[in-house]
Design a protein around this ligand. Structure first.
Ligand SMILES: *Cc1c(COP(=O)(O)O)cnc(C)c1O
Length: 427
């Protein structure tokens, strides 16, 4: 009997790997930042030297092989300053995939532009070149491509389209820190790569974000955009000196990262590659097991990807694998077997409860205009959502035993799937 109907669960009483992870070294770094009395890039340091957020920006750029990196408060903030740095604003349309977190769409609204939702590949949930091409109008100025869950956007073909059409490309790598395409980190192919460093992400600072670019002008603009029109002093500040100088070439807001967050992130960054390695090892075991269960499989990864980050591992299944049970029923049943969350992707943004521009006066008027021509059908996004189960990356930071439990639970729910739809019905 399935655990959801009162049967014995596949796993109970054995804890899952915890997330986020930290140890004495993290505590030491955090305490050092606290005691430095420099809690913000806007405040001076009694000891002098670069702020931790500046050091993190440089280290994160290096990690990605980018020339420049900017630390910010959130992935959402990174999206906003990226759009602003590219000069995107009222009158512009920005292509946004329908299958993603809501932030790429709300960031476009926040700069006064119109997010044009497009459908995605049903197997990967990622936007494709064809979807982008179909959405281009004379008002289109940029594309936000999201590397989703445990795979990557087909960059070669997207870059061909944005190149021909003269569109800016922002890569949202909030789910792909350190994914490499033909040896190079994603986020460095478009004009700007943006990252969330939120608590759930593979590089977690609690709340945090970053943007990387190879373009010095975009970098300078992003520095000012995120620090109320201020940039850095050329040299590390002396004791008691401020590190931010008022440049005022472009008006910004305050999207700065706290020094305490930067201390945590510097520690976390040094662990990221080891964690990627471990997750990939577990993912390969999982993949082999999935292919042995009829109807189950994994999310395809484009050939040029030679290292992927796994934010959420996606288990794909063919229609009918779980009989007539829907994705919510399957996810709830597998979750009950395991005691860790196994869940469907979020609904496509065209049905999301979170994308509600009419609830803010400053968005309402142009959203009505945009809605008149907006696409209403997103079969690719809907298919992806109905046929994918996700598990958080922390599940793959454990041992082989976790993978085996996952496979056993999937197999059990598959063979008992009839009971998900007949339970409670009279014979
Ligand atoms: C998490 C996430 C964001 C938002 O990041 P915040 O740091 O929460 O603002 C943006 N885009 C994608 C694809 C995400 O997964």
């Amino acid at each position: 009997m399935l655990a959801i109907h009162g049967g014995t669960p596949v796993r109970s009483g054995v804890p899952w790997p915890r997330w986020p992870r930290y140890d004495e070294r993290t505590e030491h770094e955090l305490l050092a930042a606290l005691r430095s009395q420099r809690w913000s890039v806007s405040w001076y340091s009694p000891r002098g030297g670069k702020s931790r957020e500046r050091v993190f920006g440089e280290a994160f750029a290096r990690y990605n092989g980018a020339a420049y990196g900017v630390s910010v408060d959130h992935g959402s903030g990174a999206l906003v300053i990226a759009l602003e740095a590219l000069g995107i604003g009222p009158g512009d349309e920005v292509v946004v995939p329908a299958m993603t977190w809501v932030a790429p769409a709300t960031a476009v609204l926040r700069v006064g532009a119109i997010p044009v939702l497009v459908d995605v590949d049903p197997e990967t949930g990622c936007v494709t070149a064809d979807h982008v091409r179909e959405a281009i109008t004379p008002r289109t100025t940029a594309v936000i491509a999201v590397h989703l869950a445990c795979t990557a956007v087909q960059l070669d073909s997207i870059l061909a389209v944005t190149g021909i059409a003269g569109l800016a490309l922002i890569e949202d790598c909030s789910q792909a820190h350190g994914t490499r395409w033909a040896g190079r980190a994603v986020g460095t192919f478009g004009d700007i790569g943006v990252f969330s460093l939120g608590a759930a992400k593979t590089l977690a600072g609690g709340e945090g974000g970053a943007a990387v670019t190879d373009d010095e002008d975009l970098y300078r603009r992003m520095l000012m955009l995120r620090a109320d029109s201020r940039g850095y002093t050329e040299h590390a500040p002396q004791p008691g000196e401020y590190e931010l100088v008022e440049l005022g070439e472009v008006m910004g807001g305050n999207y700065c990262m706290s020094e305490l967050t930067a201390a945590v992130l510097l520690d976390q960054l040094s662990r990221l590659d080891d964690q990627h390695l471990r997750r990939e090892q577990r993912a390969e075991e999982l993949e082999a097991g999935l292919h042995a269960i009829p109807g189950l499989g994994s999310i395809p990864v484009p050939g040029p990807v030679d290292r992927r980050a796994i934010y959420e591992y996606g288990i794909r299944f063919a229609p009918d694998t779980f009989g007539s049970a829907d994705i919510e029923q399957v996810a709830a049943a597998v979750t009950a077997e395991l005691g860790t969350r196994v869940y469907p992707p979020r609904p496509s943004l065209h049905r999301s409860a979170l994308l509600r521009p009419r609830t803010k006066p400053r968005f309402a008027h142009f959203w009505d205009e945009a809605a008149a021509t907006a696409r209403r059908e997103f079969p690719g996004a809907d298919h992806y959502r109905e046929h994918t189960l996700l598990v958080h990356h922390s599940v793959l930071l454990g041992e082989r035993a976790e993978v085996e439990d996952l496979l056993e639970a999937l197999g059990k729910v598959r063979s008992e799937s009839k009971s998900l739809t007949t339970k409670g019905e009279s014979p």
